[in-house]
Design a protein around this ligand. Structure first.
Ligand code: DX5
Ligand code: ZN
Length: 220
């Protein structure tokens, strides 16, 4: 499976968003990661469907929408309409993960489920065969530029084993504190899809170097 890099625009300069997205696309980002925060599930408020729609107009990259919101089901339709390709919700935000995955599929999008650092991976067991993506959060959601939490490699490899045991081809995504060092740890633990924000958009040598330095660690 090709290893994918999803560039998180949370760390982009929003006064030059289209330009930053173009730079990430040209440098070889595979997906664009859009962090939606509602001020309830996590303290900050970030972006909504309007920003997704704006991104859609300026890029062909798949839009990877990460919902860090309570009642995520209320918002699937508006994000699908805005142009999301993948919609990922937090397992902790709904008691109805199975229904949520179905609802996302019915809207024609790929469905992802995310788990926080303190959430055990066994909550995924009965939706593993249904989802297109599992996101293991490697920081507590809410903010860019935090450090990868030590010990998350163990959880990534246990999720890898669970996915393999049901012959799932779902992407195993990691998000939070991914840089040229931690990307390698996550990859060896079995991740196939890597979200990075500050390591790309705040790279001292620019967006292109941020992406190429991580690609070279991945070796493709
Ligand atoms: C954190 C967000 C991440 C964030 C990652 O709550 O879900 O996607 O943008 O930022 P970095 O890569 O800087 O840790
Ligand atoms: Zn995210």
């Amino acid at each position: 499976m090709r290893l994918l890099l999803s560039a998180s625009i949370l760390s982009a300069d929003f006064s030059h968003l289209a330009d930053h997205i173009h730079q990430a696309e040209e440098a070889g980002a595979d997906w664009l990661h859009i962090d939606v925060m509602d001020g309830h599930f996590v303290p900050p408020i970030t972006m909504g469907p309007l920003v997704v729609e704006a991104c859609k107009r300026v890029t062909r990259l798949p839009l990877d929408v990460h919902l860090m919101v309570t009642h995520p089901e209320r918002h699937f339709e508006s994000f699908a309409r805005a142009g999301a390709s993948i919609i990922t919700f937090q397992q902790e935000a709904t008691p109805h993960a199975h229904r949520a995955v179905d609802a996302i599929h019915q809207l024609g999008c790929k469905a992802g489920i995310a788990i926080n650092p303190a959430t055990p991976e066994n909550v995924l067991l009965y939706v593993l065969q249904q989802v297109d993506l599992v996101l293991v959060m490697t920081v507590n959601p809410g903010y860019a530029a935090q450090s990868f939490i030590a010990g998350m490699e163990g959880k990534i490899s246990r999720v890898r084993q669970h996915l393999d045991s049901v012959n799932s081809t779902a992407w195993l995504q990691v998000d939070g504190g991914i840089n040229t060092e931690t990307i390698s740890l996550a990859r060896h633990a079995g991740a196939t899809n890597f979200v990075a924000g500050s390591a790309i958009f705040s790279h001292p040598q620019g967006i292109k170097d941020g992406i190429t330095s991580m690609r070279s660690v991945l070796g493709d």
